[in-house]
Design a protein around this ligand. Structure first.
Ligand SMILES: Cc1cc2nc3c(=O)[nH]c(=O)nc-3n(C[C@H](O)[C@H](O)[C@H](O)COP(=O)(O)OP(=O)(O)OC[C@H]3O[C@@H](n4cnc5c(N)ncnc54)[C@H](O)[C@@H]3O)c2cc1C
Length: 421
């Protein structure tokens, strides 16, 4: 099993064949609950609140956990090449997830970080908090404004959540603590190429999200494209250049680049075009699940890259392998994977969210409550659920955020702090 994200972990929790040996490989030692990453970036939660050691989660399962990085595949000889060892397999399940995509502009990454890992979140948090600290020390109003401007590119769920959360951080939390600047004047600008944010939602919910964002003071620029990103500035298609100390990229994702090593057909986003049973064409013993698999639904649309889809695919593959290893239980044909859409939701801020569950549409406080409930249920580990609930309650009533210690210093500041005084 490669990858201990939503797909990999669910597979290990559901596959219980007594005579099978399962080896799980991940390049990190923790499972990360990505839906709450933006809260780490925006100082609402600490890193350990949304991540847990893989070994600890699987301590009661018969699974060998290896902290190693997948570098290549030798499908012909049924081997996976890791950085430190090579592993042979009878069945292989790929759940290596995705990465941030800059739509053919990889050079933008250095100026506009994406949000995918805990390190990304901690780096973004430090940079944003440092920008406010710097603003408090400078006198030039233009420099101040640049330091207090955050541009977020991409109006999907991650962009909307980041924008709402940073707007609240500035206006309700930092505002009461700075004396020389007014963090309430911070500019949070959300740029989206489509005419609406959250374009996967029905128009009325997308409009509601737009209203809720504007109520929080976010400047939303829809139908606007980014032409160029440079150090500290974003150039838009209409020629406007926005000076911003922090530019965050939430516009695109693609599959793990390792899919290019498989020698099978991929789509534009690098996802593997799998068979109906989620196996690789020509390799019935290899499966691809989660964000790196392209699975089409009946309506011709791809199964979305969301955690419930990765978990459903994992359970499907676990059932197939279990059946095939059980004498007499094996079905003549493997069943095709069917995605069950359980709804979609996005939070915008305090008491502000949108949600669609089946045909039920919600926005505002009820959607926000539903969002809190669902995320607490799916968060792994009792300790994490308890701590996150406590943090949310504390923030809700006290208008404060506790995870605001700056530990990561950008290289230029780090070098300065180490220089002899
Ligand atoms: C910021 C953000 C917010 C999101 N919000 C939501 C949300 O609100 N709701 C929702 O349903 N979905 C959300 N998603 C999407 C959801 O997280 C993914 O769909 C889901 O994680 C996919 O599961 P997966 O198992 O395919 O991949 P992942 O969960 O990404 O797991 C991949 C695993 O593979 C490991 N890995 C990668 N490369 C290697 C390598 N070379 N060697 C070894 N290990 C490797 C990684 O360390 C990781 O543990 C969000 C994603 C992000 C980034």
């Amino acid at each position: 099993m490669l990858g201990a994200g939503f797909g990999g972990l669910t597979f290990c929790q559901h596959f219980r064949h007594p005579s099978a040996r399962v080896t799980l490989v991940d390049r990190t030692n923790h499972h990360l609950f990505q839906p709450l990453l933006y809260q780490v970036a925006a100082s609402g939660l600490s890193a350990p609140d949304i991540a847990q050691p893989i070994r600890s989660i699987l301590r009661r399962r018969n699974v060998v956990v290896l902290l190693d990085k997948v570098v290549d595949f030798d499908l012909a000889n049924k081997r996976v090449l890791l950085e430190m060892t090579t592993q042979s397999y009878d069945y292989l399940v790929l759940a290596l997830g995705g990465c941030t995509s800059y739509f053919g502009h990889p050079e933008w990454e250095q100026f506009a970080p994406g949000l995918k890992t805990l390190d990304d979140a901690l780096r973004i948090r430090s940079r944003v908090l440092l920008a406010f600290e710097k603003a408090e020390t400078v006198c030039d109003p233009e420099v101040r404004q640049k330091l207090m401007t955050i541009v977020i590119v991409g109006g999907g769920p991650t962009g909307v959540e980041l924008a709402g959360s940073f707007a609240e951080l500035a206006r309700t939390v930092l505002r009461r603590e700075f004396r020389r600047i007014d963090p309430g004047q911070a500019r949070i600008i959300l740029i989206e190429a489509a005419p609406v944010v959250l374009s996967h939602l029905p128009p009325d919910l997308a409009q509601s999200a737009l209203r809720q964002l504007r109520n929080l003071g976010v400047q939303v620029r829809t139908s606007t494209r980014v032409k160029e990103i440079r150090q500290g500035e974003v150039e838009l298609n209409d020629g406007e250049v926005i000076q911003a100390e922090n530019i965050l990229w939430a516009a695109g994702v693609s599959a793990s680049p390792l899919t290019q090593r498989l020698g099978v057909e991929l789509d534009k986003a690098g996802r593997v075009k799998v068979n109906a049973d989620l196996s690789l064409p020509g390799h019935p013993e290899v499966f691809a699940i989660g964000d790196l698999a392209l699975v089409l639904q009946k309506n011709g649309k791809p199964v979305p890259g969301v955690s419930p889809a990765a978990m459903q695919m994992a359970r499907h593959v676990a059932r197939i392998i279990d059946d095939e290893l059980t004498p007499g239980a094996g079905r003549a044909q493997r069943s095709p994977f069917k995605y069950r859409d359980k709804g979609t939701m996005a939070t915008i801020g305090r008491s502000a969210a949108v949600a669609m569950i089946g045909r039920l549409k919600m926005s505002g406080w009820f959607a926000w409550l539903a969002w809190l409930f669902v995320h607490l249920i799916f968060l792994i580990g009792f300790r994490n659920k308890l701590f996150v609930l406590m943090q949310w309650t504390y923030s809700y009533f006290m208008y404060r955020r506790s995870a605001r210690i700056i530990t990561y210093l950008p290289p230029e500041l780090d070098a300065a702090s180490r220089a002899p005084r």
